[in-house]
Design a protein around this ligand. Structure first.
Ligand SMILES: C[S@@+](CC[C@H](N)C(=O)[O-])C[C@H]1O[C@@H](n2cnc3c(N)ncnc32)[C@H](O)[C@@H]1O
Length: 365
């Protein structure tokens, strides 16, 4: 028998309407983020450092003038660029303010945000594959999410690695800081991505050698280019290696997992292998998502971000190898403690670092 829907109560209409309003705002945000993706890929924000009409922007960046008109009007309507000189859509001139360029065109600025558009683009690229992946219970590797996710992830954490890791985070982990400062110190960076964390560590410690490993070939290739640009090829090496592989014994003073453990198919095996590779007195640092201690409905914005990232990216990545632990991005402290215990560690401490998105665990073998 099918249930007969009665006339909806006013409360149900109100609740449905609230969801409709919320999704409308989400649609607006997603569409505007996609226009940022387009603008930053084409170099339009940087080109608007000086006032330009649509025709001038088109000539300067090699795009079609009619498309330039449309994009410029939309950006000004959305408050992402400014009108420098009034006119009609052909004659009007537009410009980016310093703040707009910092957020949209300057990867070194502390408020660079265009990487978020790349991350959205990467999810868009695999959206058609996700329904079948959900039916099969299989996964999609980090590399299969394509250039946008690799570049977006790299740019998203780069600012913090180059600006906060050494001056702010390491002092809150004094054992780790002391190990890194020793003569002949060696560190391993597991799931290093495009390498900015390894580079930041080496730049600050002249006697430190760093091995960055990642299972994604394209990330490792890019990391090598970044190390060469920084003049660090002699002390920072990148290899395509699974974190759960044998890393030898007595090789490293500190091992780091920067936002990578929850993406790994076999996190306990990886931690166990890392533990064997540590020198006496060594430490493992896991920087991972600051998920709440326990599940609760109607979560905070960060919890919602982590949950949605997990559904669309992190869990499929984690399940891209057979027999996966299937962790996901809602990486709770209890999960960290369980993995560390299973991998044979004696203690897990949370470092006193205030951060909206990340929690820092220090593991002692
Ligand atoms: C979210 S990204 C973080 C990258 C970088 N650490 C950062 O913070 O920007 C996760 C990284 O883990 C890598 N990864 C996933 N599974 C891995 C595994 N089993 N072994 C090594 N790397 C892995 C991915 O290729 C990806 O580069």
């Amino acid at each position: 028998m099918t249930a007969v829907e009665t006339t909806p109560e006013p409360a149900a209409i109100e609740a449905g309407g609230a969801i409709m309003e919320r999704l409308f705002m989400a649609m607006l945000g997603s569409l505007e983020l996609a226009t940022v993706h387009l603008g930053s890929q084409l170099g339009l924000y940087a080109a608007l450092a000086q006032p330009r009409s649509a025709g001038e922007l088109a000539s300067a960046t090699g795009i079609d003038e009619r498309y330039a008109e449309e994009w410029l009007e939309q950006q000004a309507i959305g408050g992402l660029v400014e009108v420098a000189e009034p006119g009609d859509r052909r004659t009007r001139r537009y410009v980016t303010s310093r703040g707009q360029r910092m957020a949209l065109a300057e990867p070194d600025s502390p408020v660079y945000a265009a990487s978020m558009a790349l991350l959205l683009g990467g999810v868009g690229a695999v959206l058609p594959r996700l329904p079948q992946t959900y039916r099969d219970g299989t996964g999609i590797s980090f590399g299969e999410y394509g250039d946008d996710v690799r570049l977006g992830q790299g740019l998203f954490n780069r600012i913090a690695f180059l600006g906060q890791l050494v001056p702010e985070w390491l002092p809150a982990m004094p054992d780790v800081a002391a190990l890194l400062a020793r003569d002949g110190a060696a560190a391993v960076d597991l799931g290093c991505g495009v390498g900015w964390s390894s580079i930041a560590l080496a730049q600050a410690h002249p006697a430190l050698t760093v091995l960055g490993v990642d299972s994604d070939d394209a990330s490792v290739m890019e990391a090598r280019l970044h190390a060469a640009d920084a003049g660090l090829e002699d002390r920072v090496r990148f290899e395509v290696v699974d974190a759960a592989a044998d890393l030898g014994e007595d090789s490293f003073d500190v091992a780091f997992y920067f936002e990578a453990l929850h993406d790994m198919a076999h996190p306990v095996e990886a931690l166990a292998s890392t533990g064997r590779a540590l020198r006496p007195g060594g430490r493992v640092v896991v920087m991972d998502e600051r998920a709440e201690e326990e599940f609760a409905p109607d979560g905070s914005e960060i919890e919602r971000l982590l949950a949605a990232s997990s559904v669309l990216h992190c869990l499929p990545v984690g399940r891209s190898q057979g027999d996966s632990t299937a962790t996901g991005a809602l990486f709770r402290p209890a999960t960290m403690r369980r993995y560390a215990e299973q991998a044979g560690y004696a203690a897990v401490e949370v470092a006193p670092i205030e951060h909206d998105v990340f929690r820092f665990y220090v593991l002692r073998p």
